[in-house]
Write a protein that binds this ligand. Structure first.
Ligand SMILES: Nc1ncnc2c1ncn2[C@@H]1O[C@H](COP(=O)(O)OP(=O)(O)OP(=O)(O)O)[C@@H](O)[C@H]1O
Ligand SMILES: [Cu+]
Length: 412
């Protein structure tokens, strides 16, 4: 947060540029005022020319301009923190209001990320218990949430004892392990195809389960189809409301997932997401975000996992779910402390409110100078009054920035 409050927003550069032209222009104007008074309007009256010269310099002092952006940013980031939105840099607070598309990761972002085994379908005559034992032991060394679901289910049934002799995790595909002297493969259709295991006769059953939004893992034992293991994850309470509100705000909402198309579609339908990027391998998520950016969209990416980190980093604004991994939070620009996706809506609203506030501040910072300079040059403003007006301009800016403290996210 300190980093955010100290860093410069792009709009701050506007203030810096203005100041850059302002100072020489003001000095020129002041000198002109002096010369015109001394030689033309009141020839020879040195003190009067000097007083007007001073008044112009004082009223033109751009101190409030320097305060305009940082004060709003400070109040804005503080307001974010109060609402569970941690903003890493001022530029992210500014960029959030420009977003035109939001890409949501499925597992752990839209869903709770707590999958549970719902179905075990035997394809080789072995009992469910025997199959669960093989799967649970094979998955023991995997950190994948789907693997943990299988292991948990195995432990609950008391069939998870034993260790795999050999183990290999294939990211985005599944695992291979030696269990009780058998070669066990658990994973996607692609994994089976690559290992020459043919699941063609079971495909309709796989599809029926996927239709229900379940993720189906295939299991092969010694190169033959053995089982289908279906796992279901529940959608978070406020995901649908957040998606609806983002759409209402005019944003395009996308879902990205390593999971298969049909499961992705079922979950997307449940929460109202129209655009789906499914079967995206972990290393390709960032590329997909990049493609959307190249289409001219300003993209916000929301994720929780290690495999989301590159996509979070490449997005215009990366949002990490605070209940997710540290790697994701490290890569993101904004962390939503609560898992609730409505935090994205709140962050965008806060960004808009802050930008509006900065623009008002810039108005207050400049209006005194713009009106005051001609008055001072005409000799109607004493340096003392000019100083008071200056101070008042800074007071207006700070007071206006503090109005941002009344910000409340409007969530449906
Ligand atoms: N350890 C594993 N055991 C079984 N299957 C796996 C394992 N790891 C990956 N898979 C299979 O590969 C698919 C893609 O996995 P990946 O980790 O890329 O994404 P995901 O966890 O499904 O979802 P998301 O991308 O939304 O976080 C999974 O849906 C699953 O079918
Ligand atoms: Cu000033």
């Amino acid at each position: 947060m300190e980093e955010a409050q100290g860093s410069k927003a792009p709009i701050q550069r506007f203030a810096d540029v203005v100041s850059g032209y302002f100072v020489p222009a003001v000095i020129t104007l002041a000198v002109l005022t002096f010369l015109v008074w001394y030689f033309v309007l009141d020839p020879g009256n040195f003190s009067r020319a000097l007083v007007n010269f001073t008044a112009v310099l004082v009223i033109a002092c751009p101190c409030a301009l320097g305060l305009a952006t940082p004060t709003s940013i400070m109040v804005g980031t503080g307001k974010g923190a109060e609402n569970g939105i941690l903003i890493k840099g001022a530029e992210h607070l500014e960029n959030a209001h420009r977003l035109t598309a939001i890409v949501l990761d499925k597992t752990g972002t839209i869903t709770k990320g707590e999958p549970a085994v719902t179905d075990i379908v035997s394809l080789n005559g072995q009992t469910e218990t025997q199959l669960l034992h093989l799967a649970a032991v094979a998955e023991k060394n995997s950190e994948h949430p789907l693997a943990q679901a299988i292991v948990r289910h195995g432990q609950a049934q008391g069939v998870a004892s034993g260790d795999a002799a050999e183990f290999a995790a294939i990211p985005g595909h599944g695992v291979r392990a030696q269990v009780d002297g058998k070669t066990v493969l658990v994973g996607t259709r692609k994994l089976m195809r690559e290992n020459g295991v043919d699941f063609a006769v079971s495909l309709s059953r796989v599809e029926a389960l996927e239709q229900q939004g379940k993720t189906v893992m295939l299991m092969a034992v010694d190169g033959k189809p053995a089982a289908l293991i279906a796992v279901a994850d529940t959608v978070k309470e406020h995901s649908a409301a957040a998606v609806a509100q983002l759409k209402k705000m005019g944003l395009e909402v996308w879902m990205i997932t390593g999971d298969n198309e049909r499961t992705a579609r079922a979950i997307a339908r449940e929460v109202g997401v129209d655009n789906i990027l499914a079967e995206v391998l972990p290393e390709h998520k960032a590329e997909k975000v990049q493609e959307l950016k190249q289409q001219g969209k300003v993209v916000g990416m929301v994720g929780d996992g290690i495999n989301d980190a590159p996509a979070l980093a490449i997005a215009d604004v990366g949002f990490a779910i605070g209940t997710g991994t540290d790697v994701a939070m490290e890569a993101a620009d904004i962390t939503l402390i609560r898992g609730d996706l409505r935090g994205i809506v709140a962050a965008i609203q806060l960004s808009k409110a802050t930008m509006r506030n900065i623009k008002q501040n810039l108005f207050w910072a400049l209006i005194y100078n713009l009106l005051g300079i001609p008055i001072a040059a005409a000799g109607f403003l004493s340096p003392v009054l000019a100083g008071a007006a200056m101070a008042f301009s800074s007071v207006s800016v700070v007071t206006n920035a503090l109005r941002l403290r009344r910000f409340r996210p409007q969530l449906s």
